[in-house]
Design a protein around this ligand. Structure first.
Ligand code: ATP
Length: 231
């Protein structure tokens, strides 16, 4: 369960203040898939950064599975991300000196999990990159790098996936494969998903669609469960 209560956030640039979120409250039950839409610059990425504990809100709180992120120190936040959260950023943050396989295996190795390379290989196959295991990020196309980042975000079996435009750079066919992979994980493993996406086909298949506008989240399409509505 994700609980956001009265979440506000602003950036300060010189003397200018940019209010990005203005008192956002939200509940996302475990296992729900949520698409977040909204105009460019409306704060969608900032919201994901708050959910991941990579930014701190100016006011309000983020609670993931009963843990209030503002009570956790930097190490505890890193542990939370390593154990429970998968993140796909718009810029993929792949390590340039590691192959695709090693990039994907790294989170498992850091966590001391066994069979890191076998599992990484399996996930790279699932995103259609079985023939690119030994490629370095600089030798991969943008869409291929994106799929490596998706494989890396999923390899440790996160309970929560936060993804910024996961199908943004992909052609129709590859985009469909990634949509299927994520939705299958959502359905079969019960992975909670919060996706920023302009991909209408993807949003249409999520349980719920929210729109961020003027610092507020609005329910564009609600899940059928009454307890899942934004409050
Ligand atoms: N580090 C920063 N310092 C100052 N302003 C920032 C910073 N990061 C983002 N902003 C501003 O905050 C606003 C929200 O940015 P954010 O990236 O969250 O929007 P977004 O909805 O994800 O946009 P897009 O759809 O274009 O990716 C934008 O106006 C942006 O210029």
């Amino acid at each position: 369960m994700i609980r956001l209560d009265g979440l506000s956030m602003h950036y300060t640039l010189g003397t200018a203040r940019i209010d990005v979120l203005r008192g956002v409250s939200l509940r996302v039950p475990a296992g729900q898939s949520v698409a977040i839409a909204g105009p460019s610059g409306s704060g969608k990425t900032s919201l994901l950064l708050l959910l991941a504990g990579l930014e701190r809100p100016g006011a309000g709180s983020v609670d993931i599975d009963g843990m209030r992120l503002d009570t956790l120190d930097r190490d505890a936040l890193a542990d939370l991300r390593r154990d429970r959260i998968g993140i796909v950023f718009q810029s993929f943050h792949l390590l340039p000196s590691l192959t695709a396989l090693d990039n994907v295996a790294l989170p498992l190795q850091i966590a001391g999990r066994p069979q890191a390379h076998d599992r990484a290989r399996d996930f790279l196959h699932r995103v259609g990159l079985g023939a690119r295991l030994g490629h370095y990020p600089g030798q991969l196309s943008g869409g291929e790098q994106q799929r490596v980042a998706i494989a890396r975000s999923l390899v440790h079996g996160p309970r929560l996936l936060l993804a910024d435009e996961p199908t943004g750079n992909l052609d129709d066919h590859t985009g469909e494969a990634v949509r299927e992979l994520l939705l299958t994980l959502n359905e079969e493993a019960g992975t909670t998903m919060v996706l920023v996406t302009h991909d209408l086909a993807f949003a249409a298949r999520c349980d719920r669609v929210l729109r961020l506008h003027d610092g507020q989240l609005h329910e564009a399409r609600a899940a059928p469960h009454g307890d899942a509505l934004a409050v």
